[in-house]
Design a binder for this molecule. Structure first.
Ligand code: NAD
Length: 357
C-alpha cells in the first residue's frame, strides 16, 4: 500500500475521488486489498487515539431517517463526513446510506481532498468490524451468521472470509431477494453459503453473528436465548437514537466493546444498557491497555455505530491509492487569487472571459 498522506495541491485545486473513480479503484485493487489497507489505516489511527480531537456526531433526525455530520481532527488535518441513514429509501430506488466527505489542512484551513464516501463507508465499516473481531472473536471462528443482506453485506462477508478465515456464511434477510443478490455477488468466493429461513437457523452453530439490518425502530433482530458461549456479535445496524437490533439481555451477558463511548451511548445498542454499564473502547485493546477476549467461553459484543476517525483513515488510504492509480481528479473548489484580498477579481475575470476553467 502506498503511504497515505494528504498534501496541498496547486493553489485552489483539491484532489477529488468521484464515485465512479472509487468503484474503478476498488475493482482494480481488489475489495480484499482495499479492506486490508483500510483496516491497517484505521488501526494505525486508533493506536494514536489521544492525538485526535473527538466529538459525537451531530445528528439531525428526520421523519424517515437521520442526517449526520461527523468531524474529527488532529494537529495536521480536519476531516468530516456527511452521511444519511434512511431505511425506507430502498423503496424509492435510493440506497439507505449515502455519504461524502473532505480533509482539510489545519494550518491554513485549505481543503485538500474531497471524496465520495458511500463505497468508502462500506469498506471502513467492514474493516472496523474485522479489526474488532481480530481482538474479540475466537481465533478458531469459521462460521458467521449474516443477518441483513443489503448494501453493506458483501463488504462484511468479504472482509470476514478474506481477512479472518470464515469458511461458512449463514444468510438471513426478511427480503429473500436481498439474500439472493448477496449469494450472486459472492458466487466466485471460496466460502460455503447457506440461505436460512430465520434468524434462529442462521445463528445455529455460528461463531460470529453479524447484524446489519436497517429499520428505524427499536427492533429485536437477535434474541438473547440464541447466544452461545464463545460467540462474538458484530452489531452494525443499530446506529442512531431509537434504532437498535439486539435484545437488551445480550447487553447484560456480553462484554461490550465500542468505538467512542460518548457517541455509542447515544446511538448504539448501549441505548438499552444501564447508564454507566461497563464498556471498553476498542483503541484501549489495540494499544494493550485493556484485554480483548479473555477466554473461549466469553461472549463478546462489538457495538458498532461508525466513528469519524474511521472515515478519516479510509479517506487517507483511498486518496493515496487513488493517486497511485491515477484516478484522482483536480477540482477547482477554492479560490486561487493573485491578490488574496481581491476575491472580486474572479467576477472581473469571469466578465472578461479570462477566468481559468
Ligand atoms: P440496506 O437497506 O441496504 O440493507 C438492510 C437490509 O436489512 C435489507 O435488505 C432489509 O430487508 C434487512 N432487514 C430489515 N429488517 C430486518 C430484520 N428484522 N431481519 C433481517 N433483515 C432485515 O442497508 P445497508 O446499507 O446494508 O445498512 C445496513 C445497516 O447498517 C443500516 O441500518 C445502516 O444504517 C447501518 N450502518 C452502520 C454502519 C456502522 O458503522 N455501524 C455503517 C453503515 C451502515
Amino acid at each position: 500500500m502506498p503511504s497515505a498522506a494528504p498534501s496541498a495541491t496547486q493553489a485552489g485545486a483539491l484532489e477529488y475521488l468521484s464515485l465512479p473513480a472509487a468503484a474503478r479503484l476498488i475493482a482494480r485493487v481488489g475489495v480484499l486489498e482495499c479492506l486490508r489497507g483500510v483496516e491497517q489505516a484505521i488501526e494505525a489511527d486508533f493506536r494514536r487515539w489521544p492525538e485526535f480531537s473527538k466529538t459525537a456526531r451531530l445528528a439531525q433526525p428526520t421523519p424517515d431517517g437521520v442526517i449526520e455530520l461527523m468531524p474529527v481532527a488532529d494537529a495536521r488535518h480536519y476531516a468530516f463526513k456527511y452521511v444519511n441513514g434512511h431505511p425506507r429509501n430502498t423503496r424509492l430506488g435510493l440506497p439507505t446510506v449515502m455519504a461524502f466527505g473532505a480533509i482539510a489542512r489545519v494550518d491554513t484551513g485549505a481543503p485538500v481532498f474531497l471524496s465520495e464516501l458511500t463505497l468508502s463507508t462500506a469498506l471502513r465499516t467492514a474493516a472496523t468490524s474485522v479489526m474488532a473481531a481480530r481482538c474479540l472473536a475466537r481465533p478458531d471462528s469459521r462460521v458467521m451468521a449474516l443477518i441483513g443482506n443489503g448494501s453493506q453485506s458483501e463488504f462484511q462477508a468479504l472482509g470476514f472470509v478474506g481477512l479472518l478465515g470464515i469458511r461458512s456464511l449463514r444468510l438471513y434477510d426478511v427480503d429473500a431477494a436481498a439474500t439472493r443478490k448477496l449469494m450472486r455477488n459472492l458466487a466466485d468466493v471460496d466460502v460455503e453459503l447457506r440461505a436460512c429461513a430465520s434468524v434462529a437457523e442462521a445463528v445455529q452453530g455460528a461463531d460470529i453473528v453479524t447484524t446489519l439490518t436497517a429499520d428505524k425502530t427499536r427492533a429485536t433482530v437477535l434474541q438473547g436465548e440464541l447466544l452461545r458461549p464463545g460467540m462474538h456479535i458484530n452489531a452494525v445496524g443499530g446506529d442512531c437514537p431509537g434504532k437498535t437490533e439486539l435484545d437488551a439481555a445480550i447487553l447484560r451477558r456480553a462484554r461490550v466493546f465500542v468505538e467512542f463511548e460518548p457517541q455509542t451511548r447515544i446511538e448504539g445498542e448501549l441505548q438499552h444498557a444501564a447508564p454507566g454499564s461497563a464498556v471498553t473502547e476498542l483503541w484501549r485493546v489495540l494499544v494493550g491497555q485493556a484485554p480483548g477476549r479473555r477466554d473461549a467461553a466469553e461472549i463478546t459484543l462489538f457495538d458498532s455505530v461508525g466513528f469519524a476517525l474511521e472515515d478519516y483513515s479510509a479517506m487517507r488510504c483511498l486518496q493515496a491509492l487513488g493517486r497511485a492509480h491515477g484516478l484522482l481528479e483536480s477540482l477547482a473548489l477554492m479560490p486561487a487569487l493573485r491578490d488574496p484580498k481581491d476575491l472580486y477579481s474572479l467576477v472581473r475575470e469571469a466578465r472578461a472571459g479570462t477566468i481559468s476553467a
